[in-house]
Design a protein around this ligand. Structure first.
Ligand SMILES: Cc1ncc(COP(=O)(O)O)c(C=O)c1O
Length: 427
């Protein structure tokens, strides 16, 4: 941030403001990990206030198109010059088009769209649709992450996030992820119809990939028991996994599909609920039963339409699959030199997880990557897993930079670690 005379804030000034106004803990972490101040973002790169460039493979999965994608920025600038927000008293052509485009890439039968701003808002909407269509209880998965608003938090399986805010929603049960028989057992155990909420690949839970056929068996079990299936693809959707949706990999059609993160092209916060007419019936009957002032603004809508246009035009879903396959192979080979430190590299498309043997190793790996000029992120639900979520626009040179960065971070990890120290449990 520059003042009126063009003077930029120092890192210490920014941290000071964090400490005084945004929270002590955030300031403590920033100081401890020597977080830089971000300045400009362009393509796969983010530059800090000191002018150092980093390849951004973090962003919690938001930057599928990288930063400041020129087509998305251009569309937003045009829209800003026309009309930024909606009166909500008249129709919005931008909103109608974005809904049509999104329904057009969703599995068949998912025709109705509700736009929100955050992923958690999409989850809340799905939970409400579940209730309003007679699904009086919720089943979610161990290790699942669905956001931190009160309803979403009730199905986000991590005690440190839930504990201070209890009691949460009643009638929520949790089953092991990847175990369709356990889900079927839970569905059979209670005659009330359930709303089942799952991720096709758990992102924050530590990039957990279920066994093949899992989603298909889940769908069948839901059908047998009259349950509503909500697939939360806020992190995995619109191409990140090398397919438009995680559920398309198994040809499974949920009743409700959720999108967010990359949906705004890395430029706008926007989420969406895409539903069958049956699941959407409460909103079809009464438009006012669920709404928000800023959801589906003209800016958000053009960001969605342009993002989908770019993904299609540049064939980024297939590119995500190709890059992801190569990345998994390279990272697996690099990590093989340190089997005592790195337990596994796993992933699908451009969502990779590196599972370390101990929590402090994950921290050190993140630090090593940052030293090498690569931003990665921890996963919010599993402290031993480092996530790599690169943009699908990555060039060959950037791909090579990422692999070199990982090689250097692993080398640093090996050099700095006493491999004889014993295992440590995850908290
Ligand atoms: C699968 C999933 N659902 C929901 C959310 C919540 O999204 P938001 O942080 O935008 O509320 C996240 C965020 O990481 C997520 O990964």
């Amino acid at each position: 941030m520059h003042d009126l005379n063009g003077r930029a804030d120092t890192v210490a000034e920014v941290v000071g403001r964090y400490r005084r106004h945004l929270g002590q803990a955030a300031a403590d972490i920033a100081e401890k990990t020597r977080q830089p101040v971000e300045s400009t973002g362009e393509g796969a790169w983010i530059t800090d206030s000191a002018g150092r460039r980093y390849l951004d493979c973090g962003g919690y999965g938001v930057f599928l198109l990288g930063h400041s994608h020129p087509d998305v920025v251009g569309a937003l600038q045009r829209q800003l010059g026309t009309r930024a927000l909606s009166t909500r008293s008249m129709l919005s052509a931008e909103l109608a088009l974005a809904a049509e485009r999104l329904a057009g890439i969703a599995p068949p039968g998912l025709d109705y769209v509700y736009f929100g701003t955050s992923g958690a808002e999409a989850v809340e909407t799905a939970l409400k649709l579940g209730r309003a269509t007679g699904h009086r209880r919720v089943i979610c998965a161990k290790g699942g992450f669905h956001g931190k608003t009160l309803g979403a938090l009730s199905i986000t399986d991590r005690l440190i996030y839930q504990r201070p805010f209890k009691p949460l929603l009643p009638d929520v049960s949790t089953v092991p992820f990847g175990d369709a028989a356990a889900l079927a057992g839970e569905l059979a155990a209670d005659s009330r119809r359930a709303c089942v909420v799952l991720e096709p690949v758990q992102g924050e839970g530590g990039i957990r990939i279920p066994p093949p056929g899992y989603l298909r068996e889940v769908r069948d079990a839901c059908d047998r028991h009259g349950a509503m299936l909500v697939l939360d693809e806020v992190q995995t959707g619109i191409g990140r996994l090398g397919a438009w949706w995680g559920c398309s990999i198994e040809d499974v059609v949920p009743d409700v599909l959720l999108a967010g993160k990359g949906l705004g092209g890395g430029c706008m916060p926007v989420s969406a609920v895409i539903a069958t007419d049956r699941a959407f019936a409460p909103i079809n009957r009464n438009a006012r039963v669920h709404s928000s002032t800023f959801g589906g603004s003209p800016l958000a809508a053009v960001a969605v339409t342009t993002t989908l246009d770019v993904i299609e035009r540049d064939d980024l879903v297939a590119r995500s699959e190709r890059l992801g396959d190569r990345l998994l192979a390279e990272f697996t080979e690099i990590a093989a030199v340190a089997p005592q430190l790195i337990r596994e590299v796993r992933g699908r498309g451009l969502l990779l997880g590196i599972e370390c043997a101990r929590v402090e190793l994950a921290g050190a790996l993140l630090g090593g990557l940052s030293d090498a000029g690569v931003i990665a992120t921890a996963t919010l639900g599993s402290d031993i897993v480092v996530r790599i979520s690169p943009p699908a626009i990555l060039s060959d040179a950037e791909f090579a930079f990422l692999c070199a960065g990982f090689r250097s971070a692993v080398r640093e990890l090996v050099a700095g670690t006493d491999v004889r120290s014993g295992p440590h449990s995850e908290n």
